[in-house]
Design a protein. Structure first.
Ligand code: DX5
Ligand code: ZN
Length: 219
């Protein structure tokens, strides 16, 4: 059974981002979640491939690039070249999801399809046959530090059932508002990969907090 913890470094202290990433790694992080926002698809602007490549040079854990940008096809090769191992795109703005996920795989990365809280799960049913992972948003994308949308727990169960029914082996990742209070319940409901931003970096001790969350994942 895979259970992975992915710190979302967007919520980190960017003056000391290298140190903060190292703290998460010492605490047992499994992959680094890298949120890319363009100010168009979502109302916030973050980082791009250039910054990712600097992290790649120092970090051997897989980097999970979550693309919240318009026209992601245009930028996917740059992200893979910069060192992203996992690349996910939103179903809400990708018209040819089979083409885009196949493209990511051809470039040698794991391909993920992301779904927003307001989008029916049926929109990604077909993609479960060829995605490596589904990223279920449990907040509306754009910012870290938002409150977990409770309905996401039911959606996790429905998604897991859908995956089993289709005999798909794609992983289920969840992102947004996960803290020590609810991490065990999202894992119980079906999450294989858990993204945590402010639930790690709001702490004075990101290493200890990562370790605690890892224990809760397996509790
Ligand atoms: C939201 C991002 C999330 C977010 C997670 O658009 O995709 O990855 O940074 O942060 P928390 O855990 O604070 O909700
Ligand atoms: Zn994210």
């Amino acid at each position: 059974m895979v259970k992975l913890l992915a710190p979302s470094i967007l919520a980190g202290d960017w003056w000391n981002i290298g140190e903060q990433i190292e703290a998460c790694i010492r605490g047992g992080a499994d992959l680094i979640h890298f949120d890319v926002m363009d100010g168009h698809f979502v109302p916030n602007i973050t980082v791009g491939p250039e910054i990712l490549s600097h992290i790649r040079k120092r970090v051997s854990l897989p980097i999970d690039a979550h693309l919240m940008i318009e026209n992601p096809d245009r930028y996917i090769p740059e992200f893979v070249k910069a060192g992203a191992d996992w690349v996910s795109v939103h179903i809400e703005n990708v018209p040819h999801i089979h083409r885009t996920l196949s493209f990511i795989r051809e470039l040698g990365a794991k391909a993920g399809v992301v779904i927003n809280p307001g989008t029916s799960l049926s929109a990604i049913e077909e993609a479960l046959h060829y995605a490596d992972y589904v990223l279920l948003m449990s907040v509306n994308p754009g910012f870290s530090g938002q409150r977990f949308i409770e309905r996401s727990l039911e959606r996790l169960v429905l998604l897991r059932d859908m995956r089993d029914r289709l005999n798909s082996d794609c992983l289920i990742e969840i992102d947004g508002g996960i803290k020590e209070e609810n991490i065990a319940s999202v894992v119980r409901a079906g999450a294989d990969v858990v993204v945590v931003g402010s639930g790690i970096f709001a702490s004075e001790d990101p290493e200890g907090q990562t370790r605690k969350l890892k224990e809760l994942i397996f509790s």
